[in-house]
Design a protein. Structure first.
Length: 292
């Protein structure tokens, strides 16, 4: 789930954060397909390289407006990088060290780590705390800053990213994945078809309902349900968002325009219990499908 949240000033890294200490002990590869493999970042230099990949995609390709510090360093950075885990996809056929082999990345924030630091970053756009309060017994895991270099935007890379997320969720006993997914553009009215499709067909209800913050709320109910052409609407959705819907995810009420990243964001909620049997059978209940 691409977060694309508004940036906050970065702090200077003086020592590995809590998540990095965990990954140094972890060190395992979650999965391999051909020359590609997925695992967590193990060192500050690998996190730095992942931030460079994010900068390449978000700033140079998408034209996002980042902080002066990000521009100076050529890195997409914020304070959450200090304590998140960083999932990587590496192409082991590329020359050089691991830092030169990173072709995709995802940022993961577990609820216990969020509590110990500054909370979940999606709270800047969505009223997540209401949903969390309804499920005090469940463990939540936030996904964000997803990006892949253009050459590697293939099914294999997406499968490995999901393999990594699934293996990580199992390892840490997570119950729910959530995060912001981004649709390119800052005019919701120009996205009336996909937003209305999400509202009429995928809206989270009851225990999983979550809304955009009132001051940022953009109405998604822009077309009557009978006027929405499903095929055209689905084709208009970004691949990442379509993938999560296939898995069984639901969508929060209200979109948020992120002018810095040039996107319109929606909240995606994926309880593990809702993941479709088709995908559980494919990736295996123990995440062994592509395990090395």
């Amino acid at each position: 789930m691409a977060t694309n949240v508004r940036e906050t000033p970065v702090t200077n890294r003086t020592a590995p954060g809590p998540a990095l200490k965990m990954t140094e002990a972890h060190g395992s590869v979650f999965g391999r397909i051909g020359n590609l493999e997925t695992r967590l970042a193990l060192t500050p230099s690998e996190i730095d390289a992942a931030q460079a990949v994010r900068y390449e995609v978000f700033a140079r390709e998408m034209g996002a407006t980042l902080t002066p510090e990000s521009v100076r360093r050529g890195r997409d950075i914020d304070i959450y990088d200090e304590f998140c885990d960083h999932l990587l996809v590496l192409d082991r056929s590329l020359p050089g060290d691991s830092e030169e082999q990173i072709v995709g990345t995802y940022r993961i924030l577990r609820q216990d780590v969020a509590r110990a630091n500054t909370g979940f970053y999606s709270t800047s756009e969505f009223a997540v705390s209401d949903m969390l309060a309804r499920h005090p017994e469940k463990r939540f895991m936030e996904l964000g800053r997803s990006c892949v270099l253009p050459k590697y935007r293939t099914r294999r890379t997406v499968e490995l990213l999901w393999q990594g997320n699934w293996a990580y969720a199992l390892e840490h006993g997570m119950d729910v994945m959530f995060g912001c997914a981004s649709i390119p553009g800052v005019r919701p009215e120009a996205m009336a078809l996909p937003l209305s499709f999400l509202y009429h067909n995928c809206l989270a209800a009851g225990e999983w309902s979550v809304s955009a913050r009132p001051e940022l709320f953009q109405n998604m109910d822009l077309m009557p349900k009978e006027a929405v052409d499903t095929r055209s609407a689905v084709n208009a959705l970004p691949p990442l968002l379509k993938g999560y819907l296939r898995l069984g995810a639901v969508i929060g009420d209200g979109a948020v325009v992120d002018y810095a990243f040039g996107t319109t964001d929606v909240m995606v909620v994926l309880p593990i219990s809702r993941i479709s049997d088709r995908y559980l059978n494919y990736y295996k209940a123990d995440a062994s499908r592509f395990a090395s």
